[in-house]
Design a protein around this ligand. Structure first.
Ligand code: ADP
Length: 309
């Protein structure tokens, strides 16, 4: 279609460096954005090459270069025994055929995971949403807390990273940027999602302009909207499948909706699977306290997940 002159926004050239996690890391490094130390690893040919792992020490992170999402294809390897078991699985072909080319990278002992949604217009204007703290369980995002409790310096560093990246890509549209924050306030980029992103879902209810409207504005050549919060704080909780089934969980959804200022979004998927994103809820808060946000998230999760108090 591009060859036939169809206009793509973002341009295909802006997406190309991001599709493969190894190429994405190389691109970020080359434009001066801090990333974890990394190398490429083809496990078909190097499955017995333990030397390469010893360079990074343990824990170490192995990621499928393509088709990974929600922690699928990401393995945090604790020690030699765990490594041998993982390599054994690979040799026996238990991983998908597409998961033979890996990115190997240092484990970052982060104190927090952060994310920011950034948008760039046709005119090159860049706006950033408030940085959020994301909390994952088993490598899947469970919650996003807005705004993240970070220093103005860290916020400025992240703003700068997003500008450098979007300008360098000549990107148009909304991009999600996932980051690690270390104990000494160092910021490293984990991953770029060239699209609207789960960490920006709070913007539907908690911001002047949602990330979805913003994306449409950007790609239609309209002026960008105001990304500010309309309330002092908000917490977004993903409603993940915890069983395989076809229920619509109406009772639980109604209970969650009784939480003051809760806005529930149900995706209407026909089937639930363990870990599948079935919906999310955003609760608007009357203060930006992280503790309050976590307490509200726990309240939602105690309703949603069985066996959780
Ligand atoms: P996906 O594309 O499946 O979301 P990610 O690369 O974002 O995969 O990894 C999922 C999660 O795994 C991250 O949110 C983080 O919690 C953990 N993780 C990934 N890479 C590292 C790393 N280098 N150091 C520490 N934890 C990591």
């Amino acid at each position: 279609m591009a060859e036939r002159g169809v206009c793509f926004r973002p341009r295909l050239e802006a997406l190309a460096p991001l599709l493969d996690k190894y190429h994405q890391r190389c691109y970020l490094r080359d434009i001066g954005i801090p990333v974890p130390k990394f190398t490429a690893l083809d496990l078909k040919h190097n499955a017995n090459d333990l030397y390469i792992f010893s360079k990074f020490g343990f824990p170490v992170v192995l990621k499928a270069r393509r088709h990974g999402y929600d922690g699928q294809g990401t393995y945090i390897i604790k020690d030699t025994q765990h490594l041998e078991a993982t390599l054994e699985d690979i040799k026996k072909g238990r991983f998908k055929a597409t998961h033979v080319e890996f990115l190997l990278e240092e484990f970052i002992p982060f104190t927090h995971e952060l994310a920011v949604i950034a948008a760039r217009s046709v005119n090159g204007e860049v706006v950033n949403y408030p940085v959020v703290e994301t909390q994952q369980q088993e490598q899947v995002c469970r919650r996003a807390i807005a705004p993240a409790d970070i220093s103005p310096q860290v916020a400025a560093t992240i703003e700068n990273i997003s500008r450098i990246l979007l300008n360098s890509l000549d990107a148009i549209g909304v991009f999600g940027i996932e980051l690690f924050l270390t104990a000494d306030d160092k910021v490293l980029v984990n991953e770029i999602a060239p699209r609207t992103h789960n960490s920006g879902h709070f913007s539907l209810d908690a911001c002047q302009t949602s990330q979805f409207e913003q994306h449409l504005r950007a790609i239609c050549g309209l002026p960008l909207g105001n990304p500010s919060l309309i309330c002092p704080g908000a917490v977004m909780v993903n409603l993940l499948g915890y069983e395989n089934g076809i229920g619509d969980y109406q009772e639980k959804r109604q209970l969650i909706e009784t939480i003051p200022n809760a806005r529930l979004h149900w995706y209407g998927k026909s089937e639930s699977r363990v870990g599948r994103k079935l919906g999310h809820v955003t609760v608007l808060l009357d203060n930006p306290s992280r503790d309050d946000a976590i307490a509200v998230a726990q309240q939602v999760e105690s309703i949603w997940y069985p066996n959780q108090t």
